[in-house]
Design a protein around this ligand. Structure first.
Ligand code: ADP
Ligand code: MG
Length: 344
C-alpha cells in the first residue's frame, strides 16, 4: 500500500497566485476591474490600449482622482482599499470596488506599473509591482492628472492559463465586449479602445447618449430600431430602464445586463427575455437588449464571488415578471402600429 501524503502549508506567493487565477481568468476580467477602478475614481475619459488581445500588454489611462503618492507602497497589497472601512458599509456600497483585491491579484500574475498624478501633486509618480509588492521607490515623472495602469505579460507565471488562451483575437473580442458594455451603460464617460499603434476601434464621446453609443459600437441597424423602456416599482424599490429592439429587427442576440451598475449575467433573466421575443420573432432570430436594473442594495448580495459576475437577489421571480411586463408592453404597442401600418 502506498504511504499517505505529507500535508504542508503552501507558501504565501503560491496561495496568492492561485487566488489571483480565480479572479482573473482572461485579459477581459482584468480590464473590467481596471475600468471599474477608473469609474470609482470619477474619471470622465478612459483610454484602453492593448497588444495581442491584452495578453502581452493591457493599458488603461483615466483622468480620475489619481492615487496619493504615499499610498503607492500598499496599493497592490491584498485587502487594501480606500472604499470600504467596516463590514456594515457593504450594505450601501456605491463603488464598484470594495475588496481591495483587483490590483493585488493582477500583480501576482503579471508585471504591473502605475503612473499616477493627483491634482494636489506637482508631478506624476511611476511605480512597478510584483507579487503585491512595490519594486523600488516611486519615481517622479511627467504626467496628466489621473492614473495609467499598464499590465504586461499577463499569466507569465501561470503556464496552464497561458496555454488555454491561445487566440489573441478571441481575447480582443471579449475586451471589446467589456469596453462596449461599459461605454453604453456609462454614456457620460468617453471610452476609447485601440490596438497599440493603430487607430481606435471604439471611440465614444464624453457626455454621449445610450442610443448614440449603441450606434457607434453595434451599428445603425440596431440603434435605429431601439425602444426605450422604463419602470419603477415602489414596493420592491425596483427601477428598470433600458433599450430593446423592436420586432422589425432580429439580431444575432445580445444582452447587456447591469444590476446596480454592475455588468452581470443572469440565465433566468436571459431566458425570460428570449421567451417574450420568441412569440414575436421568427425562429432563431434574437433581440438586442440593454437593461439596467436598480434594486434596493439590501436585496442583493454582491459578495457572492470574487469575480462579482454573478449577483444573487431576493424576489427574483417578481422582478423577472416586472421585466417581462415592461418589455411585453413595448413590443405589443409597436407590433400593433406595424399591423395598422400594413392595413392602411
Ligand atoms: P478596490 O477597488 O476593491 O478598492 P483595487 O485593488 O481594485 O481594490 O484598488 C485598490 C485601491 O487603489 C482602490 O481602493 C483605490 O483607492 C486605488 N485605485 C485603483 N485604481 C485607481 C484609479 N484608476 N484611480 C484612482 N485610484 C485607484
Ligand atoms: Mg477595484
Amino acid at each position: 500500500m502506498s504511504e499517505p501524503g505529507i500535508i504542508k502549508r503552501l507558501c504565501e506567493e503560491v496561495v496568492n497566485r492561485i487566488a489571483a487565477g480565480e479572479i482573473i481568468q482572461r485579459p477581459a476580467n482584468a480590464l473590467k476591474e481596471l475600468i471599474e477602478n477608473s469609474l470609482d475614481a470619477k474619471s470622465t475619459n478612459i483610454i484602453v490600449t492593448v497588444k495581442a488581445g491584452g495578453l502581452k500588454y493591457l493599458q488603461i489611462q483615466d483622468n480620475g482622482t489619481g492615487i496619493r503618492k504615499d499610498n503607492l507602497d500598499i496599493v497592490c497589497e491584498r485587502f487594501t482599499t480606500s472604499k470600504l472601512q467596516q463590514y456594515e458599509d457593504l450594505r450601501d456600497i456605491s463603488t464598484y470596488g470594495f475588496r481591495g483585491e483587483a490590483l493585488a491579484s493582477i500583480s501576482h500574475i503579471a508585471h504591473l506599473t502605475i503612473l499616477t498624478k493627483t491634482a494636489a501633486e506637482k508631478c506624476a509618480f511611476k511605480a512597478s509591482y510584483e507579487n503585491g509588492k512595490l519594486k523600488g521607490a516611486p519615481k517622479p515623472c511627467a504626467g496628466n492628472n489621473g492614473t495609467q495602469i499598464t499590465v504586461e505579460d499577463l499569466f507569465y507565471n501561470v503556464i496552464a492559463r497561458k496555454k488555454a488562451l491561445r487566440s489573441p483575437s478571441e481575447e480582443y473580442s471579449h475586451i471589446m465586449e467589456v469596453v462596449g458594455s461599459y461605454a453604453i451603460h456609462n454614456h457620460n464617460v468617453g471610452f476609447t479602445l485601440k490596438k497599440f499603434g493603430e487607430a481606435a476601434d471604439v471611440k465614444t464621446p464624453v457626455k454621449s447618449s445610450v442610443i448614440e453609443n449603441v450606434r457607434i459600437i453595434y451599428g445603425n441597424a440596431i440603434a435605429r430600431e431601439l425602444m426605450e423602456i422604463t419602470l419603477e416599482e415602489e414596493k420592491l424599490k425596483l427601477k428598470i430602464s433600458g433599450y430593446v429592439t423592436n420586432v422589425n429587427y432580429s439580431h444575432k442576440g445580445t444582452m447587456l445586463l447591469f444590476i446596480n451598475h454592475r455588468l452581470v449575467d443572469s440565465l433566468s433573466i436571459r431566458k425570460a427575455v428570449d421567451s417574450i421575443y420568441s412569440t414575436y420573432l421568427p425562429k432563431n432570430a434574437h433581440s438586442f437588449v440593454y437593461l439596467s436594473i436598480e434594486l434596493d442594495p439590501r436585496n442583493i448580495d454582491v459578495n457572492v464571488h470574487p469575480t462579482k459576475h454573478e449577483v444573487h437577489f431576493l424576489y427574483e421571480e417578481q422582478i423577472i415578471d416586472k421585466i417581462k411586463e415592461c418589455i411585453e408592453a413595448k413590443l405589443l404597442s409597436c407590433n400593433s402600429t406595424r399591423v395598422m401600418y400594413t392595413q392602411a
